[in-house]
Design a protein around this ligand. Structure first.
Ligand SMILES: *[C@@H]1O[C@H](CO)[C@@H](O)[C@H](O)[C@H]1NC(C)=O
Ligand SMILES: *[C@@H]1O[C@H](CO)[C@@H](O)[C@H](O)[C@H]1NC(C)=O
Length: 181
């Protein structure tokens, strides 16, 4: 009787710590997704909007010269988007996990601001020390990008960027799990 009681107590501890870790990693995936999409937006924003590339074949025009049959903005080209996706996770090297001092909510903070200086928001957060974190953020980013590359490319081509992370199920899932608990 006592042993059974003790046993279920242990099971309870085990289940709640596993659940806790799952929520943590889902929340982290959502944050990593949002941070990587922001980084993609920034990288693509640096492309000259007038820079065009040819996709899909050439045709002969009426004078017998080759003309491109389809030209699109470089920032919308699948090849270029795919290149950006391949490189974007490197940006995670500058990110740390932290909690806002005001409300304790988990966040990812880029240690560097856009000018390459220290992020001024650093004083507003408590950084979570974690020696493996560096690798895990990069790992989450790579798996998000690998698993969702086609959709992410489509969303960027359609200028439908704001909802990517919930559309691919990474951010909405957390809410539903939290509601279930
Ligand atoms: C993460 O690791 C890279 C390479 O090992 C290092 O250059 C970078 O400073 C690290 N970033 C953080 C936030 O620790
Ligand atoms: C926590 O605080 C930060 C900054 O003060 C804010 O950006 C964020 O939205 C807040 N989160 C919640 C859940 O209130």
């Amino acid at each position: 009787m006592e042993i059974a009681y003790f046993g279920s107590f242990l099971v309870l501890i085990f289940v709640s710590s596993v659940l806790g870790e799952q929520i943590d990693s889902l929340e982290l995936k959502c944050l990593v997704c949002e941070a990587s999409i922001e980084e993609m937006k920034e990288a693509l924003g640096k492309i000259d909007p007038s820079s065009l590339i040819d996709v899909g074949g050439y045709q002969l025009d009426e004078n017998g010269n080759y003309k491109s049959s389809k030209v699109i903005a470089k920032s919308k080209s699948e090849i270029h988007l795919s290149e950006v996706i391949d490189e974007i996770c490197g940006k995670m090297e500058n990110y740390v996990r932290a909690t806002w001092k005001t409300n304790g909510t988990l966040t990812l903070l880029n240690l560097l601001d856009s000018a390459g200086g220290l992020n001024s928001k650093m004083s507003e957060v408590d950084i979570i020390q974690d020696s493996d974190l560096n690798k895990s953020l990069l790992h989450y980013c790579s798996s998000i990008m690998e698993e969702n590359e086609d959709e992410i490319i489509e969303y960027f081509q359609e200028d439908n960027v704001e909802s990517i992370c919930s559309s691919i199920g990474l951010c909405r899932k957390i809410q539903s799990i939290k509601e279930d608990l």
